[in-house]
Write a protein that binds this ligand. Structure first.
Ligand SMILES: Nc1ncnc2c1ncn2[C@@H]1O[C@H](COP(=O)(O)OP(=O)(O)O)[C@@H](O)[C@H]1O
Ligand SMILES: [Mg+2]
Length: 318
């Protein structure tokens, strides 16, 4: 039995300004114990899919199961399998951190949970904030509490919706260490992120969403292997020969050209030399998930869509 099964899920939001097709016929399974990544630019439908999984939104068509429980017909059983860290910071300002966690525990009917709550507090770097009031915490600290809240009933499936967006490096590391440990211990993880490096490092498989449709789904290694493996980048004031111009990507004054192997790299450099195109600051690097992502997101879209793609933490693409 898969941990999570999305079957032909569609979602249309109706509004006065017309219908928004947030999801169209999304189908895939996440196996138990998998670390699964859901990637896509803003507006792709990631949060909508997770809201449907969490029972916070209703699919217009299709069905979703968690460990075999339908999220609508069998809501309580499905929800109990899930620990969900929402994208938005939602919290109750009147409780302390520990109270908020006990309350959440009670909501799932888990009693005498203080040992696990303490472990969560320690592992998420919240131990000294246990008695602090939620409203006194910084944004990063609140997010840690949201993670702890999601995990308080030891759910087998952990869902994180952009947990590290706008979060400091330290929390990112603390969080990933802990989530990776839980995954090693058998928890299934579904992560949405626009930090592609995180997805590349953590996820076994990745689905890419674009305008509400799954446009790629594969093992992370297969996605990486499917792209040209080398990326040539350099600056130039000159004009590229037409054969290269066709396949070059411009990022400001930097040109990026993909190559499959060393021979192709040699050939590109030879063409540049022959046409007298000046080359500065040449770098030859490995193509990464970001390149795959850009390639897939650019397919059959206007070049303008290029700039909607969120950047990785190192801001390589501008
Ligand atoms: N409650 C809503 N009402 C109307 N449209 C919505 C609502 N929530 C999301 N959308 C629209 O659905 C699309 C997908 O949004 P979302 O699921 O938040 O994407 P993502 O999380 O990938 O950024 C967007 O076009 C968004 O504007
Ligand atoms: Mg979102």
């Amino acid at each position: 039995m898969p941990a999570v099964s999305f079957q032909h899920v569609s979602k249309t939001y109706r509004s006065s300004r017309g219908d928004v097709h947030a999801l169209t016929d999304v189908s895939f399974d996440i196996q138990q114990g998998e670390f699964f990544g859901l990637l896509g630019p803003n507006g792709a439908g990631k949060t909508t899919l997770i809201s449907i999984l969490a029972g916070l939104a209703r699919a217009s068509a299709g069905r979703v199961e968690v460990h075999g429980h339908d999220v609508v017909a069998d809501y309580a059983a499905a929800r109990r399998q899930l620990g969900i860290v929402p994208q938005e910071l939602v919290f109750d300002p009147f409780f302390t951190v520990r109270e908020a966690l006990r309350l959440q525990s009670g909501y799932f009917g888990v009693r005498r949970n203080d040992d696990w709550i303490d472990e969560l507090l320690v592992n998420l770097g919240l131990a000294d904030k246990a008695n602090a009031n939620m409203r006194q915490l910084s944004g990063g600290m609140k997010r840690r509490v949201l993670v702890a809240q999601a995990l308080v009933h030891r759910p087998p499936v952990i869902v994180l919706d952009e947990p590290t967006a706008g979060v400091d490096v330290e929390l990112r590391q603390t969080l990933w260490q802990f989530i990776a440990r839980l995954n090693r211990e058998g928890h299934t993880v579904l992560l949405t992120t626009h930090y592609l490096e995180e997805a590349e490092a953590l996820c076994h498989r990745i689905a890419m969403l674009k305008s509400g449709r799954v446009v790629a789904l594969d093992k992370t290694s297969a996605l990486l292997a499917g792209t040209a493996s080398t990326m040539l980048s350099f600056k130039t004031e000159g004009e590229l020969p037409p054969t290269l111009a066709d396949r070059a990507r411009w990022v400001g004054r930097i040109v990026q050209i993909k190559a499959h192997d060393a021979r192709e790299v040699e050939d590109i450099l030879r063409q540049l030399r022959i046409c007298g195109c000046p080359v500065e600051d040449l770098e030859i690097g490995r193509a990464d998930l970001e390149d795959v992502f850009l390639e897939i997101m650019q397919a059959d879209t206007s070049p303008a869509a290029f700039y909607d793609v969120p950047s990785a933490p190192r801001e390589r693409v501008r």
